[in-house]
Every structure is written in structure tokens, then in C-alpha cells.
Design a protein around this ligand. Structure first.
Ligand code: C5P
Length: 234
């Protein structure tokens, strides 16, 4: 197994319960590359609880998907930076000026520079949903359009679904970071995920970071599950 395989795994701690998140994160130190905390955790527990989890020494993906006017997003990024996230994100549909304002805030920060990535089209949206919002194009075309805009704004990469890895990689080149949820090892329950890939398929297709939640957090032995996943693609 490649020594860095596990570093590609960020475990999604999707819980409003700070104690559960902390004990899972503590157990997984050294077995995954980092943890992802999102709005469910953040709104319930606030920045101090995020700091506590980051404090155990795990790189943190702070998945707050900012989307607002550029000035407000830049302010939100500045408020998030003292939490020392390894990865921060915004919505690409907020536009180029908004993404650049976010990037300027990150660049001006004196601490370690986090990776700044964008969400393109939420995978919960169908082509019909997009049409209803005035986007007269397929979801795939809109994903590529927003990924290009993200790269043009100078951001590091995008969050994308497994089936988007190959087209984005082909269009945007090898340096653009692809952070990919919707990952299921063959032995794990699919749950509500639809367009899944195994960890190996996703890495082979060009994923940089795999965001994996329930196959690890819902396992009776999360450490064993994380090890098994890393062995599968390492
Ligand atoms: O438990 P599971 O492995 O499905 O968790 C995946 C994580 O990635 C969750 O935090 C989920 O919200 C997030 N995510 C996703 N699909 C997307 C974007 C984010 O599953 N398209």
C-alpha cells in the first residue's frame, strides 16, 4: 500500500453531536488524512467545537459552502481562517468576483494557506431543476462551465461527484484538485448515494481526495473500515 493512500481520505463527520464527532476523530487519527465538518456540525456547535476537533491534529475540511456577495464571503473566509482549515469551499455559482474575493482573503492570511475549492452544481439537482432556475443546459455542461470559472478565478479545485471526475480532469488538467464524495467500497451499504464509485475507481479516474462518511462512521469498527479502504486503493 502506498504510504499516502490514507492521506487521501477525509472522513465526513455528519453529526450535530460534538462528543460523537470528537471521539470518532480521535479514534481515526493516523488512519485517515483528515475530517470534514459541515453545516450540521457547525450550526449546532459553533467554532469552538470545530477548534477542538482541529486541535487533535487532523487536517480539517470545513465544508461551509459560502455563497453571498463578495464582501460578505471574504469576511466569512477571514472568520474561518483562524480555525486553520486545510480545505475551505464556496459555491462557484456565486460568480468569479465572489471566488476571487474569497481567494484574496485566503492569500492575505498569514497562517498556513488552506486549499480553496468550489462546489459546482449540487448533485441533488436534476436537469429539470436546473431549467427551473434558468439554466438551460445539462447538469454536466453546467458543472464544466463552473469548474472552468473556478479555475479562471484562481481557486485550487472543485468538489465533484464520481461521474464528473473524468470530464473535469480532461477539461481542466492534472493540477486542478478534485475532492470527491459519493464513494462506496463494494462491501459497504450504498445508502442514499446514487452515482457512486469505489475508492479505487475514483482514484484511478483522477480523484485527489475522497470524502467518505458512513462506510467509516457507520461501521462497528471505524478504524478497521478506514484501513480496509486505504488498502483497497493504495
Ligand atoms: O456518508 P457519505 O459517505 O455518503 O458522506 C458523504 C459526504 O459528502 C456527506 O457529508 C455529504 O453531505 C457530502 N456530499 C455528498 N455528495 C455531494 C456533495 C457532498 O455526499 N455531491
Amino acid at each position: 500500500m502506498s504510504p499516502n493512500a490514507k492521506d487521501r481520505i477525509f472522513v465526513a463527520l455528519d453529526t450535530p453531536d460534538a462528543a460523537t464527532a470528537l471521539s470518532l476523530a480521535t479514534a481515526l487519527v493516523g488512519h485517515v488524512g483528515g475530517v470534514k465538518l459541515g453545516k450540521e456540525f457547525f450550526v449546532a456547535n459553533g467554532p469552538d467545537a470545530v477548534k477542538k476537533i482541529a486541535g487533535i491534529g487532523m487536517p480539517l475540511f470545513l465544508d461551509l459552502k459560502f455563497h453571498d456577495i463578495p464582501n460578505t464571503v471574504a469576511g466569512a473566509i477571514r472568520s474561518a481562517l483562524p480555525l486553520q482549515p486545510a480545505i475551505l469551499n464556496v459555491h462557484a455559482s456565486g460568480g468569479r468576483a465572489m471566488m476571487q474575493a474569497a481567494l484574496d482573503a485566503v492569500t492575505a492570511w498569514s497562517g498556513p494557506r488552506p486549499m480553496l475549492i468550489a462546489v459546482t452544481v449540487l448533485t441533488s439537482l436534476s436537469d429539470d431543476d436546473l431549467t427551473a432556475t434558468g439554466v438551460n443546459d445539462t447538469a454536466e455542461a453546467q458543472v464544466l462551465r463552473l469548474a472552468r470559472l473556478t479555475q479562471a478565478a484562481g481557486l485550487d479545485g472543485v468538489v465533484c461527484s464520481p461521474r464528473e471526475i473524468a470530464p473535469i480532469r480532461a477539461a481542466l488538467g492534472p493540477g486542478f484538485k478534485l475532492v470527491v464524495p459519493g464513494i462506496r467500497p463494494e462491501w459497504a451499504a450504498v445508502g442514499d448515494q446514487k452515482r457512486i464509485m469505489t475508492p479505487r475507481q475514483a482514484v484511478d479516474a483522477g480523484a485527489d481526495i475522497l470524502v467518505i462518511g458512513r462506510p467509516i462512521t457507520g461501521s462497528d469498527d471505524p478504524v478497521a473500515a478506514a484501513k480496509r479502504i486505504a488498502e483497497e486503493f493504495g
